[in-house]
Design a protein around this ligand. Structure first.
Ligand SMILES: Cc1ncc(C[n+]2csc(CCOP(=O)(O)OP(=O)(O)O)c2C)c(N)n1
Ligand SMILES: [Mg+2]
Length: 276
């Protein structure tokens, strides 16, 4: 079930998630660290306040749906699901192993709490549109939330899904873009700029909100506005974030897109996080 927690509590959850992301990446020697660190507060606000979900009943038919369209950032997702109670945090030690339920990209058939398998960028919004439409046709009340990367928004399929949802005024559908300005090997603007981003979504028929993606109080208030607005049609939240947020030498660096810290980097990262 959704819970209203105070911001201080949620910030401590976010800090725990960030620390466990670093631990898990270091243990596995793998993972998309940068994009996992940028989504921490978004996932915290969603799973520990906004989403109506129950880890005891992961398949409950009326649960809110969540799709991590930027599936490569599974590290952050798995840590959040573990802390929420879907599976023991000890399982995180198996991340990215061949026999693990926690594959590099989320697998809905292996990992409890994962509503849809992702990893091939560009697909999540289409899936979310389909799920939201299904709920609408069955007169169900659940919300569907899709988290996209900004580099991912260069994919044509994102805009086909956006055009469809906007044109059909699909309700209870909320997209969030983790706008960290960095993709795999360069900055989004240097590669293929999304701007004017908000105007594009508006032109596709969406209500557009923006948030400081690292400020829990702001995220909660924007999510609540998004929820109200989504009664009439789809809403996108452009969440301004920093790739690698929380570890100074990872912040804003594409070099940390798909890299795990070595022993020395791990010690330095933990020192920084511990002192916060
Ligand atoms: C269709 C597809 N093309 C390429 C990739 C490889 N890939 C994985 S992550 C990534 C960059 C994504 O950047 P962004 O969406 O900005 O994610 P974030 O910054 O949040 O990590 C790419 C190109 C992929 N997973 N899927
Ligand atoms: Mg990005």
């Amino acid at each position: 079930m959704a819970h209203e927690h105070d911001v201080g509590f949620l910030e401590s959850v976010a800090h725990q998630i960030r620390t466990l992301i670093i631990d898990t990446a270091h243990t596995a020697g793998a993972g998309h660290t940068g994009g996992s660190l940028s989504e921490v507060e978004i996932l915290t606000a969603l799973y520990f306040s906004f989403l109506n979900v129950d880890p005891e009943c992961p398949d409950w038919n009326e649960r809110d749906r969540f799709i991590l369209s930027k599936g490569h950032a599974s590290l952050g997702y798995y840590v959040t699901l573990a802390l929420k109670g879907y599976f023991p945090t000890d399982n995180l030690k198996t991340f990215d192993r061949e026999d693990s339920t926690l594959q590099a990209h989320p697998d809905m058939h292996k990992c409890k709490g994962v509503d849809y398998s992702t990893g091939s960028l560009g697909q999540g919004l289409s899936i979310g549109v389909g799920i939201a439409l299904g709920g609408l046709k069955k007169n169900q009340q659940f919300k569907t939330v899709v988290l996209l990367g900004d580099g991912e928004c260069q994919e044509g399929q994102v805009w086909e899904a956006a055009m469809f949802a906007g044109s059909k005024h699909i309700p209870k559908l909320i997209a969030i873009v983790d706008y960290n300005k960095v993709q795999l090997s360069n900055k989004v603007d240097e590669n293929l700029s999304l701007e004017p981003f908000a105007i594009k979504w508006e032109a596709f028929g969406w209500n557009v909100l923006s948030a400081d993606g690292h400020n829990i109080a702001d995220l909660l208030s924007v999510l609540s506005r998004a929820s109200a607005l989504s009664a009439r049609g789809p809403v996108v939240i452009i969440a301004n974030t920093i790739k690698g947020k929380g570890v100074s030498f990872m912040e804003g660096k594409y070099e940390w897109h798909g890299k795990a810290p070595n022993d020395q980097e791990y010690t330095a990262a933990k020192k920084e996080l511990g002192s916060k």
